[in-house]
Design a protein around this ligand. Structure first.
Ligand code: ADP
Ligand code: MG
Length: 601
């Protein structure tokens, strides 16, 4: 994206460079005509004397005159990759950076990153292209959803049909069983009857013979009839026979009916199986579509995070607010004419300071909190956020961060409100993200870090690997509800008092750091994010000379000065985008390293 400075522009005028860079002699135009006459030179000197910003300059364009120039900084897109081990976005090097000795020496980017870099570039291109197809994808998604709905209805219908058929089959089978039983009973009856029948038949057949024999047969028959005690007339037999016949007919009919019914059912079942199979195949298509939806969701979620982050970055990753404390016993010395400026009142030398936001004496805790609340969302999104209070002892740091003493929770400050907001956000997102939180509380006194959430307040070590900074064996108390925070804050504050008395120091002579870690697991995509919210109540910023300290107090003050100065240097380096940021100059800045640089807020 960088454009060469066009050659022909050199002849258009002379670019005046600041003295710092090479003296006014070197400021003559390169290759082009040097500024003719002393006029331009004079302008240059005049401006550079009253200059505050080294990005300012002048340009003389022949025939047009002298114009003021300014070098603007523009934000550009930075290509990052997500490192799940670090739970963070790590910057990818620029192509040329890989070749520089500085980058090689720094060893920030391992060889695998360099190798994957080309691939990532082309992937980025395809992602951009995919993003362009977004509307199309959304339309596809809706059709896929509708298709899925229709398919579900069909499956239900088929299931119902299947159940109906199953019940029918059971009915028919039962019928078949009873019919069979009836039939066998009838057949047995018929057999009995047939066994008896030959006797009568014989008698009937013999009737055409001689009368004597007929008479004899009749006698035998009569005897037989008498023997069985049962006389069956011819008509009756016929009736019975017909009955059996019709019954048999019904039986056959039933058998064939059952057979057809069975065939029909099995046909239906195979059909059903077929359609189930087809549906399953359709189901696999739907799997794909679900994956598609998932991808879309993932992209959407990431987009929201990035956009929100962009918004926060536009507001500034470093924001400074000023709160003026009310003091009824003294005359007002600072006024806030609008919500950005603070001016000194009284005295001859009027001074004005500008902040991202200025709060007057009547500001409430809620008002102050309202300006920091937007960055709490960033914390839930997986960014590191730190909020610190800086000022002299008695200026209202603890009041603003924790609340009024001795009962801070009667009008809680930024700490409690921020954590409450975090709870609210996590609850709001509980359908898509599973959040876990824990809290740690430390105090930095004389460059020693104390764990305040242990009963026996213990010193802890700081260990850092790469961009990661960890406190060794620090107590991390899980918090699930608001009461847990209050308990942790209570415990920490009382432990702090104990530690302070032990060391014969005042609480305002140490930095109090509250670290809240928020780990989110996206239930849809499984991605994990880790954000931290660091809340610092810094030690008083008053100078040693003013407090007139000696001995131990002097050492204490020196430590405070050192850490606060380091903090100032870190912010200056960050503001100027310097390659080296002196985080390791003090325990405070070292501990806060992940929450100060990069895309931390
Ligand atoms: P620091 O922590 O900077 O040393 P404190 O927060 O302890 O200062 O404030 C000193 C005193 O002033 C406390 O009694 C506190 O309650 C009171 N105070 C500070 N800020 C305010 C404010 N905005 N409104 C009312 N009282 C305040
Ligand atoms: Mg305090």
């Amino acid at each position: 994206e960088w454009l060469e400075f066009p050659l022909e522009w050199y002849s258009e005028g002379a670019l005046e460079v600041d003295d710092v860079l090479g003296g006014s002699e070197a400021s003559a135009g390169q290759g082009g005509e040097a500024p003719s006459g002393s006029n331009a030179q004079a302008v240059n000197v005049e401006i550079s004397e009253g200059k505050k910003d080294e990005r300012e300059g002048v340009i003389k364009i022949p025939g047009k005159g002298v114009f003021q120039t300014y070098i603007f900084e523009h934000r550009r897109n930075v290509h990052c990759y997500y490192d799940p081990d670090e739970s963070a976005w790590i910057k990818l090097p620029l192509k040329w950076e890989l070749k520089t000795d500085v980058a090689k020496k720094l060893g920030t980017y391992g060889p695998e990153v360099a190798a994957g870099f080309e691939g990532a570039l082309s992937r980025e291109k395809s992602i951009i292209m995919q993003n362009e197809n977004y509307d199309e994808m959304a339309a596809k998604l809706t059709t896929a959803e509708r298709k899925l709905e229709r398919r579900e209805v069909r499956v239900k219908k088929l299931e119902e049909e299947n159940n109906y058929l199953k019940s029918k089959i059971a009915e028919v089978e039962e019928l078949l069983a009873t019919t069979k039983a009836e039939c066998s009973a009838t057949i047995a009856q018929v057999e009995v009857l047939q066994r008896e029948r030959p006797v009568t038949a014989k008698s009937r057949g013999g009737s055409g013979g001689g009368g004597a024999s007929a008479a004899a047969a009749a006698a035998v028959a009569a005897a037989a009839a008498a023997q069985t005690q049962e006389t069956i007339s011819k008509d009756e037999l016929k009736k019975l026979y017909n009955g059996v016949k019709s019954m048999h007919k019904v039986y056959l009919q039933l058998v064939s009916e059952t057979k057809t019914q069975k065939e029909f059912t099995s046909k239906k079942i195979t059909e059903l199986k077929e359609s189930m199979k087809r549906l399953k195949q359709c189901g696999s298509v739907t799997e794909e579509q679900i994956e598609e939806v998932r991808t879309l969701y993932r992209r959407e979620a990431l987009q929201r995070k990035l956009l929100y982050n962009q918004l926060q970055e536009l507001r500034g990753n470093i924001r400074v607010f000023c709160r003026v404390r009310n003091e009824t016993s003294a005359k007002m010395s600072l006024a806030t004419p609008n919500d950005q400026d603070v001016v000194t009142v009284g005295g001859n030398d009027k001074k004005m300071f500008q902040f991202d936001r200025a709060f007057g004496v009547n500001s409430t805790q809620d008002e102050v909190y309202s300006v920091v609340s937007p960055i709490i969302t960033s914390c839930a999104d997986g960014y590191n956020v730190s909020i610190m209070a800086y000022g002299q002892t008695g200026s209202g740091k603890t009041y603003t961060m924790l609340g009024p003493s001795p009962n801070p929770f009667s009008n809680p400050g930024v700490n409690v409100r921020a954590i409450q907001e975090l709870f609210r956000l996590c609850a709001e997102r509980k359908d898509t993200t599973d959040y876990t939180m824990h809290i740690s509380m430390v105090e930095i006194y004389n460059e020693c870090i104390q764990d305040l959430l242990r009963k026996d307040v213990k010193q802890v070590d700081l260990r850092s690997t790469g961009t990661k900074v960890t406190l060794v064996d620090i107590t991390e108390q899980p918090i699930g509800k608001e009461k847990d925070i209050l308990d942790a804050l209570d415990q920490g504050t009382s432990n702090r008092k104990v530690a302070a008395t032990k060391m014969n120091s005042q609480s305002s002579r140490s930095h109090l750091v509250l670290i809240l870690t928020v780990i989110g697991k996206d239930l849809v995509t499984g991605t994990r994010t880790k954000g931290t919210l660091t809340l610092c109540d810094l030690a008083g910023s008053e100078r040693v000379g003013k407090t007139g300290a000696t001995g131990e107090q002097l050492a204490e003050a020196a430590f405070i000065n050192k850490s606060l100065t380091s903090l100032g240097q870190v912010f200056a380096a960050l503001r100027d985008n310097q390659l080296h940021v002196p985080y390791r100059n003090s325990k405070l800045t070292h501990l806060l390293m992940p929450s100060l640089g990069g895309d931390a807020k």
